[in-house]
Design a binder for this molecule. Structure first.
Ligand code: ADP
Ligand code: MG
Length: 573
């Protein structure tokens, strides 16, 4: 885990070297200053040479200035290093999430993903900056200070070491506790995020059921759980830092008393005693640092662990190594004995055979939950089949690159997603390089022209979050405009079940009819008009494909479709 963490330093190694070496020099100077004080008291002072004292002071001043400059570098560049690493990780994670397959998003809460990309990485930058640097300096200062202390007075130096086993115990104990506490804290804040995501995106449902209090109660529970976890972490942290404080002050007291006794006996000069006490402080500085790392390390590593967990999830739908680009498909789609399940236990589709010829419009009808949407989402490889194969123009879709396959399939879903931004940007999403003329043409083809012309800002109108300022019909037409821009040979329309008013429906119907011209079109149909105008109807039930044929053929057969038709449409025709 730690080795992997260090690989993130690689692109910033120059920064790391500058920062690290500056920090080491600062630490060495820190180590040397008490020695200078001791020499000042014991040698310079009795010598009584004022000029010497002045020049030594100027020398010290120069060293202090150098040290200050270096500390600036350590502070600023060190943090820069940390931020760079944190940003790199965030970037990688976002890119990784973009590449995940549908199955991943089926199983992962949006709030949890957000948490990983934001909060979880916050402490990593700090750890990246302070971790290796402070640890190295802590060890170096500790060993250095102890060595100098030994040269001053062996017995006194060894006495200070009584503290070490206590410190080791304290540090190990709190490290263990804190690891667990930070891990919980991250899980709990992710749950808080997920709860916020859920209830805010579902606020219309919440309020229409007047379930605000219920939502608040659920949130309170998550929020309190988070509070408890964080509090536990801080409790352990306070315990360890107070413990360290207590131990270090005790040892200073011991050094003072024992040192005083030694100096009465004449085996320690005043300068040595002062120098020694100063070194005890130098010795304890790294311990403070270690206790800071003690806080940072489990925090940062808990975040890093969650980061790697996500980074290690590879998408289940990937390009084969020898995948081919298929730049211009005709759209001759064939399902051969296709079996598919979302999870192991229960197959949704079994032994599906289906042939859709290029240019054909095929309507899928059947009870909800039968698998119509599933059939359609197998064609762009949102999921891979478990058994059997799907070919387009005779080529297995798993042998094509995802990019070339998907760029030739257009999908208009029931639920049109609009991005925050302008109307223009939302239409242009269908083809990012589209010119203004292209966009206007697409809007006209989608019958959006009059609507856009009536807006004061026209194409530059901002669409509210999730496009809520637009009606269902308008959103659908934006989706259709995107498709005109994308211009794919294969089209999949998952028709909205929500009833549009007849006028809107007529317009959308017209736009869709135009859109599906010269394209292979699969429609999951709820509207009679669509079903009638299709070349072929495929009836899907829980048991697979039950009937296939033209509208009139199926009515004549008097099977499932004829029945469905009677129940659903007879009253309205
Ligand atoms: P239809 O479009 O005909 O209404 P679907 O294809 O959406 O039916 O669903 C077929 C079956 O697969 C249903 O039982 C549904 O619960 C299940 N299903 C659909 N989507 C998923 C998914 N993402 N994960 C797990 N099961 C799913
Ligand atoms: Mg469906």
């Amino acid at each position: 885990m730690i080795r992997r963490f260090f690989t993130y330093y690689r692109p910033h190694r120059r920064l790391f070297i500058i920062d690290f070496s500056s920090a080491v020099i600062v630490a060495l100077l820190e180590l040397a200053f008490p020695l200078a004080v001791q020499w000042f008291i014991d040698t310079l002072l009795p010598g009584g040479n004022w000029n010497m004292i002045v020049s030594v002071s100027i020398g010290l001043l120069l060293l202090y200035i150098i040290s200050t400059l270096l500390q600036f570098i350590v502070n600023y560049w060190g943090h820069k290093l940390g931020i760079n690493i944190e940003t790199d990780m965030r970037q990688q994670l976002f890119q990784h999430v973009q590449k995940q397959s549908f199955r991943f998003f089926d199983n992962t809460k949006t709030g949890h993903i957000m948490s990983r990309i934001t909060n979880d990485l916050f402490d990593l930058g700090e750890l990246a900056h302070h971790g290796p640097e402070d640890l190295f300096i802590a060890v170096m200062t500790f060993v250095g200070a102890f060595w100098i202390m030994l040269t001053i007075n062996v017995n006194l130096a060894l006495t200070t070491m009584i503290i070490v086993p206590f410190l080791i115990w304290l540090i190990t104990y709190s490290n263990l506790k804190m690891n667990a506490a930070w891990k919980n804290m991250y899980t709990d804040i992710a749950d808080v995020n997920a709860r916020v995501e859920d209830s805010v995106s579902g606020i219309r449902v919440v309020q229409s059921f007047t379930n605000e209090d219920f939502e608040i109660k659920r949130f309170t529970k998550n929020n309190r759980k988070f509070r408890r976890a964080k509090l536990t972490a801080y409790k352990v942290m306070s315990f360890s830092s107070s413990g360290i404080y207590m131990l270090t002050r005790l040892i200073i007291l011991v050094v003072l008393v024992y040192g005083a006794w030694l100096s009465f006996n004449g085996s320690l000069s005043y300068g040595e005693l002062v120098g020694f006490v100063l070194y005890v402080n130098v010795l304890f500085k790294p311990i403070d640092k270690i206790s800071a790392i003690l806080e940072l390390y489990p925090k940062g590593m808990a975040g890093f662990k969650r980061f790697t967990e996500l980074m290690d999830q590879s998408p289940d739908v990937v390009d084969q190594e020898d995948a081919i680009d298929v730049p211009s498909l005709k759209g001759n789609i064939q399902f051969k004995d296709v079996t598919f399940s979302y999870d192991q236990n229960k197959p949704v589709l079994e032994g599906i055979d289906l042939h859709i010829r290029n240019g054909e419009t095929v309507a899928f009808v059947g009870p909800s939950g039968a698998g119509k949407t599933t059939i359609c989402s197998l064609i762009p490889r949102f999921y891979d089949v478990n058994n059997g194969r799907i070919t387009i123009d005779g080529i297995d879709i798993r042998e094509m690159t995802k990019k070339s396959l998907r760029s030739q399939i257009g999908i208009v879903q029931q639920d049109v997603f609009l991005f925050t931004g302008t109307l223009r940007e939302n239409i242009a999403y269908g083809s990012l390089g589209a010119t203004h003329e292209d966009i206007v043409r697409a809007a006209r083809q989608a019958h959006l022209e009059d609507f856009i012309a009536a807006l004061p800002d026209g194409y530059e109108t901002q669409i509210g979050e999730r496009g809520l300022k637009l009606s269902g019909g308008q959103k659908q037409r934006i989706a259709i405009a995107r498709m005109f821009l994308k211009n794919p040979p294969i089209l999949i329309l998952d028709e909205a079940t929500s009833a549009l008013d007849t006028e809107t429906e007529r317009i959308i119907q017209k736009a869709l009819a135009e859109l599906s011209k010269n394209r292979t079109t699969l429609v999951i149909a709820h509207r009679l008009a669509t079903i009638r105008s299709a070349d072929r109807i495929v009836v899907v039930t829980e048991d697979g494909i039950a009937e296939e044929g033209s509208h009139d053929e199926l009515i004549e057969q008097g099977g499932i479709f004829a029945n469905l038709h009677k129940v659903q449409f007879e009253t309205s025709v």
